[in-house]
Design a protein around this ligand. Structure first.
Ligand SMILES: [Zn+2]
Ligand SMILES: [Zn+2]
Length: 288
């Protein structure tokens, strides 16, 4: 199993050390784990790595790589925040720390005349003014060329109907395909709450994201996919990844990628599912 999105207590709102996450991931059957704590950023700086912690963070990952060699491949990642105007800050961080994988995600959106929207404020996600800014930022994220994958772009489905999301996303399909970036399939949508379509009440247990409607369009554009649990606690290591792959396999998903040294490696989904027999990974095309 591949898990390309995971957090430790370095993110502050997540629990478990690097070592605890790695041991839990091994127990959950993860063979390739990318640790992607929230990168330093000027916004909400108490809920992420501090710049002063980065050396220790990567040293912990490197130590775990050595300690668990042969049991699991561990890769160095970060989940970056994207807001318009953040390119110089993120570019500087990327230049200073060699990574295997850089996710670009949108968690905060500035809407004129309103308090900043956080993408987990579910009742605010369907507002037109918010959607205008969110999709403008998503366009900027894809265009900036800094990241390997766009993280949980469809997390808005926790509070937004699929058809609205799909219509808003469609203009980004071609730019995304041109960028060479991967679209992340984030399994946390299987365990997070969402607003029930009919009542608007926040409920558990409904599949909100990844978007099942968008998937065939992304596949048709030959956009690569990464996959991750987005675990924030060792007990959620690998959570939902196998389930998600099985469900999306039936919708036509054939390949999952991960990144090593910022280069894409492709794996046939049939070799990743537990009932698969082959474990061969083929080296994919270099990141464009
Ligand atoms: Zn995120
Ligand atoms: Zn995350």
């Amino acid at each position: 199993m591949i898990d390309s999105h995971s957090h430790t207590d370095y993110s502050k709102h997540a629990t478990g050390t690097v070592d605890e996450l790695v041991r839990a991931s091994i127990a959950a059957g993860v063979k390739i784990l990318t640790i992607t704590d929230h990168a330093p950023f000027p916004v909400d700086s108490n809920n992420r790595l501090l710049e002063a912690e980065l050396d220790r963070y990567f040293a912990d990952i490197d130590r775990a790589q050595q300690a668990y060699r042969g049991q699991i491949k561990i890769l160095r990642g970060l989940e970056f925040d994207y807001m318009s105007g953040s390119d110089a800050y993120n570019r500087d961080l990327l230049a200073r720390y060699p990574l295997d994988f850089a996710i670009g995600s949108i968690h905060y959106v500035e809407v004129p005349g309103e308090p900043m929207v956080k993408v987990w404020e579910l009742p605010r996600l369907a507002a037109e003014a918010f959607l205008d800014r969110y999709f403008a930022n998503l366009e900027g994220l894809v265009a900036c060329g800094l990241f390997d994958a766009v993280g949980h772009a469809d997390t808005l489905l926790r509070g937004l109907p699929e058809d609205v999301f799909q219509r808003r996303f469609e203009p980004l399909l071609a730019p995304l395909a041109c960028s060479g970036m991967a679209f992340e399939l984030n399994a946390s949508g299987l365990r997070k709450s969402s607003l029930a379509p009919l009542t608007g009440q926040e409920v558990q247990g409904l599949w909100s994201y990844p978007s099942q409607r968008l998937l065939p369009q992304l596949i048709a554009q030959d956009v690569p996919f990464t996959i991750g649990s987005d675990t924030h606690a060792p007990e959620d290591a690998g959570a939902g990844v196998a389930e998600l792959m099985r469900a999306l396999r039936s919708l036509g998903l054939e390949r999952i990628s991960y990144y090593q040294d910022r280069r894409r490696v492709n794996a046939d989904i049939d070799t990743l599912l537990p009932e698969g027999t082959s474990t061969t990974l083929d080296q994919g095309a270099a990141r464009s």
